[in-house]
Design a protein. Structure first.
Length: 1306
């Protein structure tokens, strides 16, 4: 049937879509069809929240309009019949009026790169539409599942300023009062500026949609290119269709099916959408429990259960409470708003969070097919036959599930790498019933997810425990039974075998203690229940930032808002993929290798070329110039020609009319390979095969033999530091536009390096660099990942554009980006350290190995920086550091915030911690004893001048109340607290920079410099520098973009030094212009800027355009002779962190962090604090959470936010104090400032060593004293395994070498 033409409303515009394509998501529709680019694509799998919009629907059965935050990337356009969609553009704009949410997030510095900002704005907006008086926990919940790699606290700050009643001021209609805000927030922004909510701005739900929704449902059919979508109007119709088309796929929230289609190569030609069928949405109360229709969403399920828990006696609702606990940690709100209970059951995922609870509770499923009803109790066995397959007959559907009131006692547990919005490692539901008046088990159900290919019931354990008393003896036996029953193959998918097995008994132990506590046998269990967060936000007063008397127009040192913040909050800021499409523009998708090391035998594109819209396949022979590329040495190819050397090696690309066609065709390209040996994936493989890049670097000072002789003790140790994915929210993106003449090409690129992009594209196209222009407006994050690796994609897109002679665009999908672009180098450190009994370190011999991957890229410089930071802040009289760069069959690793420094310092903190443990001394005492002093020399013979680490240390000790905090620590058997203080010293040096400044005769100034804007606020700082130098208000100065035709031959925006270098270049250019204007100022000293630059300068032929250049003086270090200066100066900082670990599960909670950072005289304290927080949290990810997981053949499993977790709001320390050191001017950089981008990252090691401190306390309970190895990141698995106890003994790790592990540590 032709779908009826129905009006659709998109932010107050009615759009009639006659040909809705069932395969198209709302996000694609908004961005590509409507050119509404405020809604962003960050992951396409519901994991980042960048695509959040508000969907409103009138529910005629409830007679209510419901507004919900939804992920547009998973919402099929066909599912939105009769819905109103509100996007970020719809709630406010710079041109009209910004919404209070947009205003707050911008003015309170809650937006850095801005790519996730529209999503955050829309989450908050949807929350406020439903709940105008949100409390902190509501805000926390609204942000679950949102990724925000740069700025954490600032977002919370901006949204949580409250009135006296606890509600948001913006909602109550009052204006905020000056100074009536959390602590000293008002010093970074002025809340009195914030407008209260203007109700006239709120969009009303379109009345015509309300009347349409009241009409009886009609069957809808949408017929697409290769797929059909049917929305039946009744249960009868649905069952009839299912009988006719048994293979048809039911879709409700599409949160599972959408992922299968996008990422798992599944295709369903016929979709049945039963979301609006009454029977599947009904909620009925019975004598035994509540019956939920299968299409009831998880949000509604939660709301109903909440209501019951509040109404009914607690003993009746233990199952409901357990479900609510699981739902709290289940995905983000956008997913829960659309995902249905039936979808979770029927997906039959072995790590479903709800199925174990439903099984342990004995929930009743009602299945239905045409003319038949089938009842099934889940505790009588699973309805699942194998991995993700149910025993449902093809024509059957799930009608409903009955959730019973409790048969006492009931608990559910979920353990995942990250607490918030993460998939489970092990999840379980546990139910025990005792004979009346006794503690004798009448029945027990233990149901586990994550321990097999399906959710499983521990039936043998159950039969053994029935009739037993609930006591210690039973516990011991239960653990033995569970250990025998819950086994896993050592190669089991998901890995972590020993940990998962330990969890089954640790979680049972928690259940045991919880029941005992309720039975009142053991009221104090010492078991940890990490709950919600409850942040305490704190700021150091900023009164020292600007000296008294500084002119109000002088913006240096003031917390000026990021210049694009408002546009970012309204979605008007333009990122690379937001540039409107060119006429006849084509899209490119990559074809990558599936083998780690192989010759390419043949490439068959027959099937690919048959996909509609495909124009061409691009391969190495299409490159007109050179296929050789690389940022320093040309040791890699743009497109693999004969050989591939990693999984993800780019072999070719498909160019087609749409992204969907290009991606479908790219998957259809068949490559045959001849596999090669050896396959080297890990650092250990490389060491065994001596697979190293040259040169090997060494830094040596003093006499090691003498140092070890002078030592009282010598210890040896090792630490492995895992890599890290950049996870910039905006993936790599390039738009290449051939200019038609002389091989000219214009490129719009998301890159930190315009000059490198230009040079490498020119090389591949065989044209002079002068014919290529590279332009960057802004990036949605970079972190080093777009310094060199972005050039590969831009070169391929340029080659394709050259071939087809049309504009070609490519924005990588998240999984492709993670697969091909490399990340932070994993490091392995091995050390031998000699020390005195008091902890004074005398000698250190340390060897570093980095995993560089299949090309050199920047690995040599990264290893050099690691070696130059091997001392961290400690004076080591005799020292030698050696660095090996491992060549492996992984995608090339590259620059990442810190650039080897964090890895170098992490090894230092490992040996100093070992020294303290070995001496039995407090770690802070040993650290302090070994700290450098002013005027001492580093191992590379650089004198430490203007040394502030001692001041940072003392101030941080004070602010954190370190000693009191330590004295207050109360330790319990299964919950331990740990505390740590960590210093950092980070060397700053980089090359040179340029700037170009034009003054126009109307007085406006166009500023261009060589640095790119990726959220760090570089453009804002450069405008501040120009404003002070030219002595004009910053509003007269404009930065449009960075481009190679304005400032040539620039260094990449990297190494934290861009403000230093570009700032000086801008300063120099402005000074030149001021000199030229001097005569006009002298003639008219009382005049204004406009008077001096007015038309007279034009007639006098004064050049009002000047460039500036700056190079860092006296740089240059020689590794051969250990002489010269590698750094211009150092940035310093100190952090104290306190954590609490759950010894049974390995979870931890970040309780407190204090940071004191020396940023010199801050150019902009708001931006600098944002950088400190952002870097610290990125470090928290590096050292405690983020884990890239590879197969032994180099296949990357973690290719999206589903499996790779960066820190969420819940990972922010409950109390975070960030303070900038006062009175510490730095004479070596612009206006006495200091670099800030990278240095604070390492301070997150304080969290790692606080965790290690807590583990030390846990190990002491088992009699384990002294140094032990803890690799980074300190994941729950590592923490649990290190807390050795009777449970871990029951589940020893499999013997290495006897099996092929699912994953390897690279
Ligand atoms: C970012 C993200 C986070 C997630 N986090 C979690 C998590 O923390 N815990 C967890 O357990 N899951 C999680 N999931 C998985 C998923 O969200 C849930 O399984 C969800 O409940 C699926 O519901 P849906 O309506 O979207 O299913 P859909 O994708 O619409 O359908 C899923 C399956 O169920 C079938 N189905 C649906 N209704 C019926 C019916 N009435 N009869 C028969 N078959 C039916 C469909 O045919 C399909 O096979 C997550 C998913 C995403 C994308
Ligand atoms: S793009 Fe939709 S959640 Fe990430």
């Amino acid at each position: 049937k032709t779908p009826p033409a129905q009006p659709r409303s998109v932010f107050s515009i009615q759009i009639v879509e006659k040909n809705a394509e069932p395969e198209m998501t709302l996000l694609t529709y908004l961005r590509r069809k409507l050119c509404l680019t405020g809604t962003k694509l960050g992951c396409a799998e519901g994991g980042c929240g960048a695509c959040t919009v508000m969907v409103s629907r009138f529910h005629s059965n409830r007679n209510a309009i419901v507004h919900q935050a939804v992920n547009a990337c998973l919402a099929p356009i066909c599912s939105l019949h009769h819905c109103a969609v509100t996007t970020v553009e719809g709630i406010g704009s710079v041109a009209s009026k910004v919404h209070p949410v947009q205003e707050r997030i911008a003015k309170a510095h809650g937006s850095q790169c801005g790519f996730c900002t529209p999503g955050i704005v829309m989450s908050m907006y949807a929350l406020l539409r439903n709940n105008p008086q949100p409390m902190m926990r509501d805000i926390e919940e609204a942000f679950q599942g949102m990724m925000r790699p740069m700025i954490y606290n600032m977002i919370l700050f901006s949204l949580m300023c409250r009135g006296k009643a606890g509600a948001c001021y913006m909602i109550t209609g009052q204006k905020e009062e000056k100074g009536d805000s959390t602590n000293s927030v008002q010093q970074l922004f002025d809340p009195s500026e914030f407008m209260p909510l203007d109700p006239t701005q709120e969009i009303i739900f379109p009345p015509e949609l309300m009347s349409l929704s009241k009409q009886p449902l009609r069957e809808l059919r949408f017929i697409g290119e290769r797929m059909q979508w049917i929305q039946p109007s009744s249960l009868k119709e649905l069952l009839q269709l299912k009988a006719e088309y048994p293979a048809a796929k039911l879709v409700v929230g599409n949160t599972e099916v959408g992922i299968e289609m996008k990422y798992k190569n599944q295709f369903y030609p016929l979709i049945l959408a039963p979301a609006f069928i009454d029977e599947l949405n009904s909620i009925q109360y019975t004598e035994n429990g509540i019956v939920f229709g299968a299409s009831v969403t998880l949000t509604l399920l939660g709301n109903v259960l909440h209501g019951e828990v509040n109404k009914l006696p607690s003993y009746k609702t233990e199952v409901f409470q357990a479900i609510l606990r699981q739902l709290h940690w289940f995905a983000g709100q956008q997913i829960r708003n659309v995902a249905a209970i039936g979808g979770n059951i029927m997906t039959a995922s072995p790590i479903s969070d709800l199925n174990p609870v439903f099984m342990a509770a004995g929930c009743k499923l009602t299945l239905m097919s045409k003319g038949k009803i089938n009842i099934f109790f889940l505790n009588l066995g699973s309805k699942v036959v194998c991995y993700r397959k149910t025993a449902l007959k093809p024509e059957e559907i799930l009608l409903s599930i009955e959730i019973p009131y409790t048969r006492k006692y009931f608990s559910a547990f979920k353990q995942s790498p990250r607490k918030e919005d993460d998939i489970a490692i092990v999840t379980c539901g546990m139910n025990v019933v005792f004979w009346e008046g006794s503690n004798i088990v009448q029945d027990i159900q233990l149901s586990y997810g994550g321990m097999a290919s399906t959710t499983v019931l521990a039936t043998t354990t159950r039969s053994q425990l029935i009739g037993r008393q609930w006591d210690e003896e039973m516990l011991q036996d239960a653990c033995s039974y569970l250990t025998e029953e819950m086994t896993l193959s050592p190669s089991a998918p998901g890995g972590m075998v020993a940990y998962r097995r330990t969890l089954t008994i640790s979680l049972f132990f928690k259940f045991f203690l919880t029941v005992q506590q309720t039975l009142n046998v053991n009221p104090c269990t010492g078991v940890c229940h990490h709950g919600g967060c409850g942040y305490k936000l704190w700021r150091t007063p900023l009164h020292a930032a600007v000296p008294p008397g500084q002119n109000m127009d002088d913006v240096i040192g003031r917390p000026i808002m990021h210049l694009s913040a408002v546009k970012q909050a309204t979605g008007e800021a333009v990122y690379c993929d937001d540039i409107p499409c060119y006429k006849n523009e084509l899209y490119l998708a990559l074809v990558t290798s599936t083998k780690p090391h192989a010759y390419i035998k043949s490439i068959d594109t027959t099937d690919a070329m048959a996909v509609p819209g495909v124009v061409t396949f691009v391969c190495a022979k299409d490159i007109p110039g050179s296929n050789k590329t690389g940022p320093v040495v040309y040791d890699e190819t743009v497109l693999a020609d004969e050989k591939v050397t990693c999984v993800g090696h780019i072999v070719g690309a498909i160019v087609a009319d749409t992204p969907a066609h290009a991606q479908r065709a790219a998957k259809a390209v068949r490559i045959s390979y001849q596999e090669l040996q050896a396959v080297i994936i890990t650092i250990q493989d490389a060491i065994a095969n001596e697979s190293f890049y040259q040169p090997t670097r060494t830094i040596e000072r003093g006499d090691l033999t003498q140092g070890f002789q002078e030592s009282d003790n010598i210890l040896q140790g090792e630490i492995h530091i895992g890599g890290q994915e950049h996870f910039y929210l905006e993936t790599n993106c390039t738009l290449a536009v051939p200019r038609g003449e002389d091989g000219e090409m214009e490129l719009f690129v998301s890159t930190q390096s315009t000059a490198k992009t230009q040079a490498l594209v020119a090389k591949a196209l065989g044209v002079p660099a002068s014919h290529i222009v590279c332009r960057v407006k802004r990036m949605g994050g970079g972190f080093g990942g777009k310094e060199t690796r972005s050039t590969i994609l831009s070169t391929i897109v340029a080659v394709a554009a050259h071939k087809v002679k049309r504009a070609v665009r490519c924005m990588l999908d998240r999984d492709e980006d993670m697969l091909v672009s490399g990340g932070r180098h994993p490091f392995f450190g091995r050390y031998k350290v000699g020390f005195k009994k008091n902890g004074k370190v005398m000698a250190l011999d340390v060897t570093y190995y980095s995993n560089a991957g299949n090309s050199m890229d920047l690995s040599l410089s990264i290893m050099e920086r690691a070696l130059l930071h091997m001392d961290n802040c400690y004076n080591i009289p005799h020292v030698r550091g050696t660095g090996y760069i491992c060549r492996t069959n992984l995608p090339s690793n590259t620059a990442f915030r810190g650039f080897g420094g964090p890895q170098g310092m992490m090894v230092a903190e490992s040996w100093i911690n070992d020294v303290a443990l070995s001496c039995g001394l407090p770690a802070e005492q040993v650290r302090e004893l070994n700290l450098y002093k002013q005027g001492e020399y580093t191992p590379f013979n650089q004198c430490l001048e203007q040394f502030t680490i001692d001041r940072c240390w003392r101030e941080c000790m004070n602010i954190s109340d370190f000693h009191q905090r330590k004295a207050n620590v109360e330790q319990h058997r299964w919950t331990k607290r740990g505390l740590s203080i960590i210093p950092t010293k980070f060397g700053i040096s980089f090359t040179a920079a340029g700037a170009l400044v034009h003054i126009y005769t109307d007085g406006s100034v166009l500023l261009t410099h060589g640095g790119t804007e990726m959220g760090q606020g570089l453009h804002t700082k450069m405008v501040q520098v120009a404003s002070r130098t030219l002595e004009i208000p910053s509003t007269k100065i404009f930065i449009s973009e960075t481009s190679t035709n304005t400032v040539p031959n620039t260094s990449p925006t990297a190494a934290s030094a861009s403000s230093d270098l570009n700032g000086m270049a801008v300063y120099n250019a402005c000074k030149t212009l001021l000199q030229r204007l001097e005569p006009y100022k002298a003639k008219n000293p009382k005049g204004f800027w406009e008077d001096w630059v007015c038309r007279q300068t034009y007639f006098d032929r004064v050049n009002l355009s000047a460039n500036g250049f700056y190079k860092t003086p006296d740089l240059g270090y020689d590794f051969e002779t250990n002489s010269g200066h590698p750094f211009n100066y150092f940035s310093y900082g100190v952090a104290v962190s306190e954590v609490e670990i759950d010894c049974l599960t390995g979870s931890h909670k970040n309780l407190h962090t204090s940071i004191v950072m020396d940023v010199g005289k801050s150019l902009n304290p708001a931006l600098d604090i944002g950088q400190v927080e952002g870097a610290f949290m990125q470090g928290v990810g590096l050292f405690t959470l983020e884990e890239l997981r590879y197969s032994s053949q180099g296949y990357l499993y973690t290719r999206g936010p589903g499996m790779y977790k960066i820190p969420a709001f819940g990972d922010i320390p409950t109390e975070l104090k960030v303070s900038l050191l006062r009175d510490a001017p730095n004479e070596k950089a612009i206006f006495s400032s200091k670099a800030v981008g990278e240095p604070p990252l390492f301070l997150a090691a304080s969290v790692f060593y606080a965790i290690k401190d807590a583990i030390t306390a846990a190990r002491a309970e088992s009699g384990l004293i002294g140094p032990f190895r803890l690799d980074s990141p300190a994941t729950p698995e590592r923490i649990r395994n290190a807390c050795e106890d009777k449970f871990t003994k029951l589940c020893p790790p499999p013997e290495p070498g006897t099996y092929t592990p699912w994953d390897v540590r690279v």
